[in-house]
Design a protein. Structure first.
Length: 155
């Protein structure tokens, strides 16, 4: 009777071992979708489990998102009450860029951010409202450009 129980125990043990070794060779990959815009970066982690006769690999994939621009504002400290048209340079004005991760960046305005009509206004004396375009954002700024040569008094 004891011998019969021993063989039954050995049979069940071997069956479980065979089931484990042949059943664990199916690798599973799961991708986690994201709803954030501009999700392009994929990080892949692989974990390997090795037994005496069989190697099983499990792969986990996680998506991360890139930061994206959420707001553009003019840096008010870069604005003057008026500008001498002979000395005015559009790159003296700055924009604050705000990103989705709450980080900021300060960049100078350049002529490519203006329409050709607004660029032409920068060479004329007067009070002009120009539109600064950066990616999908637009900002209107009023500039007072003065020809200071007209205000010089000669004795």
């Amino acid at each position: 009777m004891k011998l019969k129980t021993f063989f039954r125990f050995m049979f069940i043990s071997l069956s479980l071992l065979v089931f484990f070794l042949f059943g664990c060779n199916n690798a599973t990959t799961t991708e986690i979708p994201t709803t954030e815009p501009n999700a392009t970066t994929i990080i892949t982690t692989t974990i390997a489990i090795t037994t005496q006769t069989q190697t099983t690999a499990t792969t986990t994939t996680t998506s991360t998102t890139e930061k994206y621009l959420t707001n553009v504002e003019i840096d008010e400290t870069s604005l003057e009450d008026y500008y001498d048209i002979a000395l005015f340079d559009i790159t003296d004005l700055y924009l604050y860029l705000t990103f989705s991760d709450d980080s900021f960046e300060r960049i100078p305005v350049n002529g490519e951010m203006l329409s050709s009509g607004d660029n032409d206004l920068l060479s004329q004396a007067g009070i002009h409202t120009i539109t600064i375009n950066y990616q999908e954002f637009s900002i209107e700024v009023t500039l007072d450009l003065r020809d200071m040569r007209l205000f010089q008094v000669v004795f």
